[in-house]
Design a protein around this ligand. Structure first.
Ligand code: DGJ
Length: 571
């Protein structure tokens, strides 16, 4: 006993240090959800642990108690751990200065009953450019809360970011909402606040009112000039042809930032903005897309003007694989955690879950996931039926038991994720054939060539460092028949490094073959062991070893969930 005591006394300084450090971090975050970034990597901390947001978002008008009965069944069917749902300014402050948080209270209560976290969407000054969700006393009062004026003087249904009365009114309501959440949500059911929804203006690049014009003719704020490495001057002098759009983006970002700052001063929840994207290759003109929102060309302006916004999140409705991948690249940055805050709820979008997580995404949120009798086809699915829900559900069902494990691996280690490309269209095939006939001359065998090309098309190579992984889609489990793709593009694979030569691998409808990279200097490689198992409360539970046919032809993932731990070696 005395010996134990003396050991304890010797260790006391360390114990004190340990408790001070862990207590300090406890106090720092107070277990309040937080977005943590370290060395360009990010994680959302919930209850002090990395959290993977397996989200679903409701349709727009589901923010009433009567609608919630049509929401929870879809949340349950998808295995989602987070619900994104609007809170409208018009519903919490229908009369100026009189607040009603009854829906917020009911929502939090029901979310807890369903063991689901909430990401709340503040629909206020801007809901897809318009003030539709602002109270009547705002949207019917142009004098006090002016709208954007086009260059020709025409008034648009988008509030201007340049008027203090609008900002102050929105900010006051937001702060009241945050105060209320702080008061009632001791269990941190609410884990994120989205400040506005798809901000920006359609139909004009910016506001051309007198007030706006005076600001436009003035100098660009010094901080922005400095952050963007520019020389001081007026907006036009500094940004030339982009001046109008950059000006609008700056002022909307600054407006949103002030709301976020005020909210965080009360209760520092993670805060994001979502983006009505412009097409990354063919954007058109600002105003054709939502001018002033955090589109890919103005992310740096937003980062400078809205530092209280923790992350800028893309809303993806591009069905095309190449375009969607480009968007994921544009919004996953050392200074921006990737959260797909909305994505279409049709089958083709479900596969983008894999590359989102592969780019260290902190979450994924298909939109329109409820039975309130609305579908946003052609953006999303034509019908939200069991089959469509099933594609999202299988992904979440696979990840849910290891969501925290994955979030930790993604934050601390290395992760990769890919998904099946679109089926090649006739244009692609024409290009292949033209190339081939050029190089092969008369002997050209179009059929054999197509098969070879298709095989290459459906094969993706991932550089894991010392090892490479080849992922292919649409082949039998046994044999080396060339990949031809699945009946619908639906395959996807996730890989995480567990240690030297050890990886966690999972996915659907794909084959993964590991091989050595050039760094192995031509050494022969082998799979030492493939364990199948699952996670239970973060612990790996071994089920069986895959060997023989199950590993000779690569690791074949079907529509049945399998989680593998693999060990590689040279001989
Ligand atoms: C994107 C918006 O952010 C959503 O609220 C919704 O309006 C969809 N577009 C379209 O259904």
């Amino acid at each position: 006993m005395a010996k134990k005591l003396s050991v304890l006394i010797k260790k006391l300084p360390y114990l004190i240090l340990f408790f001070t450090v862990s207590n300090a971090s406890f106090l720092a975050h107070g277990q309040i959800p937080a977005l943590v970034s370290e060395g360009g990597r990010h994680t959302l901390m919930v209850d002090g642990k990395p959290y993977l947001m397996l989200g679903v978002q409701t349709n727009n008008s589901a923010n009433y108690t009567a609608a919630l009965t049509d929401v929870w069944p879809v949340v349950a069917a998808t295995y989602a751990n987070t619900l994104s749902i609007p809170i409208a300014w018009e519903q919490i402050e229908p009369k100026q200065g009189e607040f009603d948080f009854s829906f917020v209270d009911e929502l939090i209560k029901q979310a807890r009953e369903h063991d689901v976290r909430l990401a709340l969407l503040w629909f206020a000054t801007w809901k897809n450019n318009a003030p539709h969700y602002a109270p009547d006393w705002v949207k019917l009062n142009n004098q006090t809360y002016p709208r954007v004026l086009k260059q020709n003087g025409e008034r648009l249904n988008s509030l201007s970011p340049h008027f203090n009365a609008t900002l102050e009114a929105d900010k006051k309501a937001f702060v009241e909402l945050i105060k209320h959440i702080k008061k009632v949500d001791k269990k941190h059911t609410v884990i994120m606040m989205q400040v506005q929804n798809e901000v920006g203006t359609y139909g004009s690049v910016r506001d051309f009112s007198k007030t706006a014009q005076a600001l436009f003719n003035a100098s660009v704020p010094a901080k922005l000039v400095e952050d963007l490495n520019q020389k001081p001057g007026t907006w036009h002098e500094v940004f030339g042809d982009d001046a109008d759009e950059f000006f609008h983006a700056y002022h909307i970002a600054h407006y949103v930032n002030q709301i976020a700052v005020a909210g965080k001063a009360v209760y520092p929840l993670p805060m994001n903005v979502n983006v009505a994207l412009r097409h990354p290759d063919n954007p058109g003109k600002p105003g054709q897309y939502s001018s002033g929102g955090a589109t890919d060309n103005v992310i740096d302006i937003w980062k400078s003007a809205a530092p209280a916004i923790d992350l800028i999140s893309p809303d993806i409705y591009f069905r095309n694989h190449t375009t969607a991948m480009k968007v994921l690249d544009l919004y996953s940055r050392p200074d921006n955690a990737l959260l797909v805050s909305e994505i279409g709820n049709d089958q083709v979008f479900a596969r983008f879950f894999f590359p989102t997580l592969g780019k260290q995404g902190i979450g994924f949120v298909p939109f329109g996931m409820d039975y309130t009798d609305y579908v946003n086809y052609p953006l999303g699915a034509q019908e939200l039926n069991d089959e469509v829900i099933g594609y999202f559900a299988e992904n979440y069902k696979l990840l849910r038991p290891m969501d925290q494990v994955w979030a930790e691996l993604s934050f601390k280690g290395k992760v990769w994720g890919v998904c099946e490309p679109d089926q090649p269209n006739t244009e692609d095939k024409k290009i292949w054939n033209a190339e081939a006939s050029k190089s092969a001359g008369k002997e050209f065998d179009a059929e054999a060539f197509d098969a070879k090309k298709l095989g290459e098309y459906y094969t993706q190579n991932i550089d894991l460092g010392l090892w490479n992984a080849e992922v292919s889609y649409g082949r039998h489990m046994f044999w080396i028949d060339p990949p031809v793709g699945n009946a619908t593009p639906s395959g996807g694979v996730l890989i995480a490094e567990l240690g030297a030569n050890e990886y966690l691998v999972t996915g659907f409808r794909a084959r993964v073959t590991f091989g050595g990279s050039a760094e192995l200097d031509g050494k022969q490689t082998m799979i030492v062991r493939v364990e199948e198992g699952h996670f239970n409360k973060g612990e790996w539970v071994f089920e069986r070893v895959w060997n023989g046919d199950q590993t000779d032809w690569g690791l074949n993932f079907t529509s049945v969930p399998h989680i593998l731990k693999i060990k590689l070696a040279t001989y």
